[in-house]
Design a protein around this ligand. Structure first.
Ligand SMILES: Nc1nc2c(ncn2[C@@H]2O[C@H](COP(=O)(O)OP(=O)(O)OP(=O)(O)O)[C@@H](O)[C@H]2O)c(=O)[nH]1
Ligand SMILES: [Mg+2]
Length: 276
């Protein structure tokens, strides 16, 4: 919370290369037109514009978007300090999962590995040491298909398919293009709502688990709580749930840990997911 009572919301715009992350963020922050897009110096040029304050349901929210390339997490470039990007995902209050409606692969990747990457990097406990009963800290999330202006000739991802996936994860879904600042603002407003809901659910879980411990005089298993939470979340639209309580990057590397997580998560892989 800032001095004036305005809450800071660090949000990550996550997506494959070329989906329009920078254009969307730039439009939101500076209202510049993506046709004039050029590579900008993130410190010298972007820094003065790194946040915008929006009114959301009568409250001022300071939104600080960071754009992150989801391909970085699987490329394993030894020259890259992946920790910086993992920290962004761990810290973020919310995530915009962005894909390009003219590129099926960008949709497939963000709704599988991209989304799992978010969960893998969420915190297991709060700063005060209190563990998240669901296994990981929840995150506000929305799914967004960009480049809607090209839908006529080039669409590769049907909106119904993306909408169904988003609804199964309990998140809102939008299609827009980087020309449309109002639509991007609406996405950010909904993301703030999703963030608030995620925070509320985490708090409720913690209170509930304290209550259970007081009543029974003993703790409950972390795994069992995580699974119970997942079942609840799949029935509860508008709420996302941590993917798994095990962060097993150490054993067998990124691909192996991803596939282990994936196997453990049937609810994240609806059969119709990739039938675009
Ligand atoms: N037609 C159309 N083109 C877009 C839109 N958004 C972005 N583009 C174009 O898509 C290309 C990639 O946009 P970027 O914003 O650089 O994409 P990015 O996701 O930041 O890409 P990386 O930084 O390489 O990961 C640019 O040529 C943009 O002009 C859109 O809504 N419609
Ligand atoms: Mg970019």
């Amino acid at each position: 919370m800032s001095a004036k009572g305005i809450r800071r919301r660090e949000v990550v715009v996550l997506g494959e290369p070329g989906v329009g992350k920078t254009c969307v963020v730039d439009k939101f922050l500076r209202n510049t037109h993506f046709a004039c897009y050029e590579v900008i110096d993130p410190i010298g040029d972007m820094y003065p514009y790194y946040f915008r304050t929006l009114e959301v349901d009568g409250e001022s929210e300071r939104i600080e978007p960071l754009d992150v390339n989801s391909a970085l997490f699987r490329e394993q470039d030894p020259n890259l300090n992946l920790g910086t990007f993992e920290a962004m995902l761990s810290r973020a209050a919310g995530v915009v999962l962005l894909y390009d409606i003219t590129c099926k692969k960008s949709y497939e990747n963000i709704t599988s590995e991209g989304y799992l990457t978010v969960w893998c990097n969420r915190k297991a406990e709060r700063a005060d040491g209190e563990k998240y009963p669901a296994g990981r800290q929840r995150v506000g999330c929305v799914l967004v298909g960009n480049k809607l202006d090209l839908a006529g000739e080039k669409r590769e991802v049907r909106s119904e398919v993306a909408a169904e996936w988003a609804s199964m994860q309990g998140m809102r879904f939008y299609e827009l293009d980087a020309y449309n600042r109002e639509a991007i603002e609406e996405v950010m407003r909904d993301l703030v709502r999703s963030i608030k809901k995620a925070e509320r659910r985490d708090e409720e879980d913690i209170q509930m688990s304290k209550h259970t411990v007081e009543r029974t005089g003993e703790g409950t298993s972390q795994d069992a709580e995580g699974r119970a939470g997942n079942q609840q979340a799949s029935q509860d639209a508008g709420d996302q749930q941590p993917a798994s309580s095990s962060k097993s990057k150490e054993k067998g590397g990124w691909r192996k840990s991803m596939s282990l997580l994936w196997d453990a998560l049937p609810r994240l892989t609806p059969k119709a997911k990739h039938s675009t």
